[in-house]
Design a protein around this ligand. Structure first.
Ligand SMILES: [Fe+2]
Ligand SMILES: [Fe+2]
Length: 447
């Protein structure tokens, strides 16, 4: 459990520090002190961030979205930071906004930085704004520490590596989640796709501490060897939605579907944002499509119409990667499950038409690689469905091959995928929480 602290710092002003006062020797019989000639030093209240994490809303080549939390009962914190390219002399200021995190004492601060250079390491630091004597200009008083992030390259001039997984902090301890994160971070990923069931909070006030633990562990473990934090690119899962706790769950999707069932999730991440599905275009080579498998939005209807248009607009993009929670081709649950049937009926034909080479699925708490499929049948240029979400949850039995002939292989094993995009092919590895690479394969880029 986190106990955020409030630090009161007395900063020097005009070369004069209140902290120094007790150290000044005073004669025992000195005359009464004369009135101060200068204004007292301002007390700067540093409200410590209790969660710091990154995501993107627009092109990761030129932008970064920084999120952090503060506890409003500890004081007011500005949604402001300073940033600069590593090695640059001048800091620049970025300002954003804060919103309340539902059912908590927390504010979620968001600053989107734009106009950045590609493939560049930046430093950033939080702080407080104060009006300057005597002209009223806002001055920035920085807080420690300085953190780092990295933008993505504009082209595949070098390989780009990322992590993909889902069904993350599902247990009652953080050990497995932290181990899997450390193993993933050791590969120096540039971002992490997180395909739903992130912290198993179910939008419930009583479970909200799980989000706090998730972000603490993420900040501690998902750091690259160059010190850069690993941004999260999330999609929504059933455990981000109110009503998916065992005690109160209905039968998805019959229980009803609305973004308002996931107000915590939407308060925490600017991406995908409402209504719950979105696309992130990276330079000229990658489009990440976060979809919603009946959690805040129905699969058929507006979301499928949007997906059709989104895919059609990206015909020239080499890597188009959908990722979502409930699998079209499950490896534990029933092939006849309502959501899986809906995904196969609505999205799979669009993936086939667009020549999508691989998609990430989750939710079944297993490891799987399907055959390349088109219209559900093996096809050399088909889509491989990679899953099925077992970042740090209890794994489940896999479906016997006779009942799921579309599976090329499946194991009951905790894992994340490490995907490395090259010009001609994507190289994929599956690693377990000990860091062991237990599967490895390549998928050619779409023609
Ligand atoms: Fe799950
Ligand atoms: Fe799930």
């Amino acid at each position: 459990m986190l106990h955020p602290t409030r630090l009161r710092l007395v900063l020097p002003l005009l070369g004069f520090s209140l902290l120094a006062l007790p150290l000044v020797a005073q004669p025992a019989t000195s005359a009464p002190a004369a009135p101060a000639a200068v204004a007292p030093a301002p007390e700067v209240i540093e409200v410590k961030p209790v969660a710091v994490y990154l995501t993107w809303q627009r092109d990761p080549v030129t932008t970064m979205t920084v999120h952090w939390h503060t506890d409003w009962t500890h004081g007011f914190a500005d949604s402001v930071l300073e940033y600069r390219a590593l090695g640059a002399a001048e800091w620049q200021r970025g300002q954003g906004e804060a919103r309340a995190m539902p059912f908590s004492n927390r504010m979620v601060h968001t600053v989107e930085l734009t106009g950045l250079s590609g493939d560049t390491v930046y430093e950033f630091r939080f702080g407080q704004l104060r009006a300057r004597q005597p002209d009223g200009a806002l001055e920035f008083f920085p807080h420690e520490p300085v953190r780092k992030f990295r933008t993505l390259p504009a082209t595949l001039s070098r390989p780009v590596r990322f992590v993909s997984g889902g069904d993350a902090y599902g247990g009652n301890t953080l050990n497995l989640f932290a181990d899997m994160c450390r193993a993933a971070a050791a590969h120096d990923p540039e971002f992490a796709l997180m395909g739903g069931d992130i912290a198993y909070v179910n939008n419930e006030p009583r479970a909200i501490g799980r989000w706090f633990s998730f972000f603490d562990t993420w900040a501690e473990t998902m750091v690259r060897s160059d010190g850069c934090l690993v941004p999260i690119v999330p999609a929504i899962g059933n455990h981000e939605v109110h009503g998916d706790a065992f005690a109160i769950r209905g039968g998805s999707p019959a229980r009803g579907v609305s973004p308002d069932r996931a107000i915590q999730f939407f308060s925490l991440f600017s991406f995908p944002g409402r209504p719950g599905y979105n696309v992130l275009d990276v330079g000229d080579y990658l489009s990440l499509i976060a979809l919603d498998t009946f959690h805040a939005n129905p699969v058929p209807g507006p979301q499928t119409d949007w997906l059709r248009t989104t895919l059609a607009q990206r015909r020239s993009v080499p890597y188009v990667i959908p990722f979502y929670h409930v699998p079209a081709y499950p490896s534990h649950r029933s092939f006849a499950g309502t959501v899986s049937v809906a995904v196969r009926a609505n999205w799979v034909p669009l993936f086939d038409e667009a020549g999508v080479r691989f998609a990430f699925e989750n939710h079944d708490h297993t490891y799987k690689v399907t055959q390349p499929l088109r219209a559900g049948q093996p096809h050399p240029q088909g889509t491989r469905y990679l899953g099925d979400g077992a970042w740090a949850v209890s794994t489940r039995e896999t479906t016997p091959p006779a009942q799921a002939p579309y599976l090329e292989r499946a194991y009951s094993r905790n894992h994340v995928f490490i995907a490395t995009l090259e010009r001609e092919r994507a190289h994929l590895r599956a690693i377990d929480p000990k860091g062991e690479v237990f599967d490895e394969f390549s998928i050619p880029v779409r023609p």
